[in-house]
Design a protein around this ligand. Structure first.
Ligand SMILES: [Ca+2]
Ligand SMILES: [Ca+2]
Length: 409
């Protein structure tokens, strides 16, 4: 349902606005909870309606970034399709994330605790930020999709050559060096704003905002929000230099990786790395969301969007080095922040065997993978290796980052 969303919307705002409202209305009507249905699909809620339970039609003009990425940022917050869960592989009674296997962490899943800092199994390579991922053949996607409309299926055979993949999401410290060396200005800085989860904003910043995303009122367009000011002008990253850089567009990510003589991973590479050699499993370590009742990723606990209990230790982003590494040495490949990939978005996939697939040759949106700290199983069960979502290449938000990859020559 998202493939026909208007993109590149920084111009032609008015034309796309009406179209966008129609699309979002459709999306929300399909997947909303009873609460949002009671608000009337397509009507804008005031930004404080979530706390009051009342739905007021916004009288403010839509913000231009609402038009260009509002629908996509909704992706992170779209409700789980109950029917998909009931008919699919997942048991909605299983709070551990679905499958009922007893073996919490399967062989190949997580690195040994005594692994080295880089997560253990990666070989020495040309990129100090990366591990070498040995190529192979795997089943990409799933025949048991949770979100059919996202194109999670079908499962198809894909063969990849060896490649390098960054151990961590790119951090603020990493990005700061890049900016200092190159003078790069991010798209959020150029446009003067970016999307931030309302829950994280100060009262002062909230007081300056007169509109919200109608379909997802927890997202607010915040003037002055950028990678240095993740929650707007009165915030900074001084205490978060080891957190993932956010408010970076796909174009910003490409520029960073190019500067490192690297590139973004393809979706196939990202998913292959996420799967860690396991076949048909939900997470890098198996099918349990919380093996041995421990948190293995930074997602949302509590009630979204008003209550984040942060039982995993983090309300928002976590340091890129936090949580156990996968058996391939990767940190936060699921959760923390969504990660851009190089592929254009499509929900149609060939079932023919593919070798180093690059995705569609053109499109309007780029694929992002892994879910974020905003994801909870009840409304955004996308912190699975097969899950996927998309944004336009100029989109930025407070839960979207990246890591780089490289080919082996
Ligand atoms: Ca968390
Ligand atoms: Ca991630």
């Amino acid at each position: 349902m998202s493939s026909n969303v208007p993109t590149k919307c920084r111009s032609s705002i008015l034309i796309y606005y009406l179209y966008f409202i129609l699309i979002v209305s459709h999306v929300l009507c399909e997947s909303s909870t009873d609460d949002s249905k009671s608000c009337g699909c397509g009507s804008a809620k005031s930004r404080d309606s979530s706390s009051t339970g009342e739905c007021k039609k916004s009288e403010s003009k839509p913000h231009e970034k609402y038009l260009e990425n509002g629908e996509h940022t909704v992706e992170d917050c779209r409700r789980t399709d109950d029917n998909a869960i009931k008919s699919g592989v997942l048991k909605d009674t299983d709070k551990n994330g679905g499958f009922t296997e007893d073996n919490a962490i399967e062989s190949g899943g997580l690195a040994n605790e005594d692994s080295d800092e880089n997560g253990g199994h990666g070989e020495k390579n040309d990129f100090e930020s990366a591990v070498l991922i040995k190529g192979g053949t795997f089943q990409m996607g799933t025949d048991k999709p949770v979100f059919v409309a996202d194109g999670e299926g079908p499962s198809r055979k894909v063969t990849l050559d060896d490649f390098y993949l960054d151990i961590h999401e790119v951090s603020n410290e990493d990005f700061k060096v890049f900016v200092e060396k190159t003078g790069h200005v991010t798209e959020a800085e150029t446009f003067g704003d970016s999307f931030v989860l309302e829950y994280l904003l100060s009262d002062n910043v909230k007081a300056t905002i007169s509109q919200a995303v109608a379909a997802a009122p927890w997202w607010l367009p915040v003037k002055g929000a950028d990678w240095r000011h993740p929650e707007g002008v009165d915030s900074n990253i001084e205490e978060r230099m080891d957190h993932p850089v956010i408010h970076v567009s796909w174009n910003d990510a490409v520029a960073y990786c190019k500067w490192k003589n690297m590139r973004l991973p393809t979706e196939a590479e990202w998913e292959y790395a996420c799967r860690s050699g396991l076949n048909d499993r939900l997470f890098p370590w198996g099918n349990k969301q919380m093996p041995q009742d421990k948190h293995y990723m930074n997602i949302w606990q509590g009630q979204f969007p008003g209550n984040n209990t942060a039982e995993d230790g983090f309300v928002s982003t976590a340091p890129v080095t936090s949580f156990p590494a996968t058996s391939l040495g990767l940190k936060n490949i699921v959760g923390n922040v969504w990660e851009w990939t190089s592929d254009w978005w499509s929900v149609q996939h060939t079932e023919a065997k593919q070798h180093n697939p690059q995705g569609p040759s053109s499109g309007s949106d780029k694929v992002k993978k892994g879910g974020s700290y905003m994801c909870h199983k009840s409304y955004c069960y996308r912190f699975r290796c097969a899950a996927r979502s998309q944004n336009t290449p100029d989109t930025s938000a407070g839960n979207l980052g990246f890591r780089c990859a490289a080919s082996v020559h």
